[in-house]
Design a protein around this ligand. Sequence first.
Ligand code: FAD
Length: 506
Amino acid sequence: MEQGNSEGDRRIRRVCIVGGGSAGWMAAAALSNALQCGVEITLIESEEIGTVGVGEATIPPIKLFNQSLGIDEGDFVRATQGSFKLGIQFVDWAKVGNRYFHPFGTFGAEFDAVPLHHYWLRAHAAGTAGPLDDYAMAWAAASRGRFDVPSPDRQLVQSTFDYAYHFDAGLYAAFLRRYAEAKGVTRFEGKVEQVALRGADGFVESVQLDDGRTVAADLFIDCSGFRGLLIEGALATGYDDWTHWLPCDRAVAVPCTRGEFTPYTRSTARAAGWQWRIPLQHRTGNGYVHCSQFIGGDEATATLMANLDGEPLADPRVLRFTTGKRKQVWNRNVIAVGLASGFMEPLESTSLHLIQTAITRLLALFPDRDFDPLGVAEYNRLTAEEYARIRDFIILHYKLTTRDDAELWRYCAAMSIPHELQWKIDHFRRSGRLVSAGPELFLNPSWLAVHIGQFNIPQRWDPMTDLRAVDSDRMLAGLNRVMGEAADAMPTHQAFIDRHCKAPAL
Ligand code: FAD
């Protein structure tokens, strides 16, 4: 085995990250933390091109990313005008007038070998239980506008929820930039204009900036956004287009002055898509993700502007995208991370998470300059699986709609869907069982929330439910009461922030 400083030293010595949006700076921060000696990390970004400037809602694993970098939660929330997120409220998705909550954490605390939701199904059919939301600690707190960190004591209902953050994407990139530069990352301002490929194997050898500077590297991380400057522009990797399953292809976004300071994201279904609402400390982020086949840009913008709960703070910005994924996210010595690797609409706030897992996976399968094809293939396989599982969870929201008041919703209700997702929907409808062929980012409570919230009500509950000596009505009522009491004892979202992580006024 040849390693060390001999002629056979095949270690990666130079890493070049192209792009300085969230993806670029998350990669720079994580790599500068993990690669502790002998590697030069360069990041190139262009202020003139700018970043996508959205990407403000997250899911709970982001806490692990920050922890792995040794970032203090209070510092991070203060620096990014951040707020806390207990889940997503879906409004008008199942049908107009209906609301449900996708909570972070679980529904209740399991009190028996039979999953709690089967007892709920039985009680609900008998009219003795409230909506499923009533049994989620995250919703008990969110619906009261309250927040606290979960308890580590697993005996308490306060341990059954989880949380993530909302934050300002620009401030997040700036925060991580300070972190990465302090760990030795060199930043080049400039536009990459040319990419030089090695004759022998087509690997990327160097990139050239508009001022003539050349940056050579062993490994390139393409974080250049939708354009995929290296992965597509230079290597023509190809793209799998999933528009037939997720037809939205535009978003118009605008921040507004702060309204209600909810500790959750709201997603409101509209005629040709859905509108997000993300409350931060200094403003609220809003956007209308829509399908250009079913609505014009002017009408989409007018709809968004008519549905803000504060005064607009900027002109609305239009973003165009094609839902899908690069055929290979790792091609030769280029790894695409962030929007350069693919995009699924932000309905479940998964894009920043995909950046996080791309980086974690890279560190787990870190190459040397031989770029063993087996390691590359495994990276691509894992990424493809992760994308497909998340994609199916997002499609579920559209497919299960019962709305027939607009073309988009009629299309989605009738469209064919991936076989594995159909199998999950059928299983749940038949038996209330949540099945999966492999590891999922979104666990059973998430799937449960969407199935029930969108009226995919099972035809029966688990037969075991009726073979158990469990007073489930009493247990469910007790859970709901204890959760309400626990939530009432929490500080409001605002009070928690004022106490622990209030950001300076901008
Ligand atoms: P960008 O932000 O586009 O950055 C690209 C970088 O590459 C920039 O620095 C640019 O200057 C640089 N660059 C490009 N070309 C060149 C060049 N030639 N030379 C030098 N530099 C170059 N994600 C979530 O997790 N939660 C959300 O709520 C969420 N909401 C979203 C809403 C919308 C409408 C969209 C479109 C995305 C959303 N996302 C969300 C995704 C999220 O915004 C991105 O995953 C994240 O911002 C990462 O973007 P990026 O860094 O890959 O690309």
